[in-house]
Design a protein around this ligand. Structure first.
Ligand code: PRT
Ligand code: ZN
Length: 286
């Protein structure tokens, strides 16, 4: 069956809601996966497999699924030759080494001969090998952060986002090994028919992710200020300018990258813009 694409997503966990939302934002309809292991979309040639995130690389590799959404950290730890098709911008975190707060730390030589608890033995081994350090890696699959407190390890190598888990376990982060976010992966060679479906999914994804990264801006300005304001807000091609009922004034419509938002808003006000409205964009196709 090459006329449908199979995507593996996390059944329940930190990635599952956002993975499903992203696909739904792409206009793809499917049932929830609360009970079932598999769901079929009725309006797009996509079947969903709900799996544990750790199993996703293997299933994409062996052809049970064609593509998948998972954390970059899990893909790298799997060491499987899969391709990263698109970074998805959610579930950002990092994989870090942490030690008890009371310890002094200068550099990775600290870890020589120490016992480190982790769920990421391969990534940690590579990091330590790179630094020429011999440590004793203790592989555990959950609650890594409690290992030093119960005397199981001297340090941990674990996923951190806010840092509060480390903090509440009396640990401090001393090395960042890897930055991670959710990604879309695919098997290296997909049949041509499946590549076509992936392309069409990617086109939709792109328009959703672009929209998330940008805001729609409407503002009023006196006509003699329009040019300098347009220079600040280039838009997709150039801003739309519409005259207001009040003579000598116009409204300017444009698009602004979310990450520049606050900086540019200040610049716009200084350039004479007022009545600024900023709105979310649902889809954006360049
Ligand atoms: O059941 P399944 O195997 O599918 O899920 P899981 O329990 O293995 O994974 P899950 O759902 O916890 O995480 C899925 C993915 O989310 C991870 O592989 C990361 O890519 C990403 N992610 C983002 C995180 C975090 N943020 C995160 N904070 N994964 C785990 N954590 C944990 C971390 O392990 C630690 O216990 O949260 C704690 C640290 O958080 P802070 O905010 O206290 O620093
Ligand atoms: Zn997992």
């Amino acid at each position: 069956m090459n006329n449908r694409l199979k995507i593996a997503i996390q059944k329940s966990g930190r990635l599952s809601e956002q993975s499903k939302k992203l696909l739904r934002d792409c206009g793809i309809r499917f049932s929830n996966g609360k009970q079932a292991l598999i769901a079929s979309s009725g309006n797009f040639p996509l079947d969903l497999l709900y799996l544990r995130d750790d199993d996703i690389p293997r299933y994409v590799e062996d052809g049970t699924a064609d593509i998948g959404i998972l954390g970059e950290n899990v893909l790298i730890e799997s060491a499987l030759p899969l391709r990263t098709v698109r970074k998805l911008g959610f579930a950002r975190c990092r994989l870090s080494l942490a030690i008890p707060k009371s310890e002094n730390y200068n550099d990775p030589a600290f870890f020589e001969g120490r016992k480190i608890a982790t769920s990421y033995p391969k990534i940690l081994t590579n990091f330590l090998n790179d630094k020429g350090i011999n440590a004793n890696i203790h592989r555990i699959s959950g609650s890594v952060e409690i290992a030093p407190n119960i005397g199981l390890a001297d340090a941990v190598c674990d996923i951190v986002s806010s840092g509060s888990t480390l903090f509440s376990n009396g640990l401090k982060e001393v090395e960042r090994i890897l930055e991670s976010e959710a990604i879309l992966i695919a098997r290296d060679r997909l049949p041509a028919e499946k590549e076509v479906i992936l392309e069409s999914l990617l086109f939709r994804l792109e328009s959703v992710l672009q929209a998330q990264a940008n805001k729609y801006v409407v503002l009023n300005a006196p006509n003699d200020k329009l040019e300098s304001i347009s220079n600040i807000l280039p838009g997709m091609r150039s801003p739309t300018v519409v005259p207001l009922a009040e003579k000598g004034w116009s409204a300017l419509h444009s698009v602004l990258p979310e990450n520049l938002f606050w900086n540019l808003i200040d610049e716009l006000r200084q350039a004479g813009a007022e009545g600024i409205l900023v709105m979310p964009i649902e889809k954006m196709i360049r």
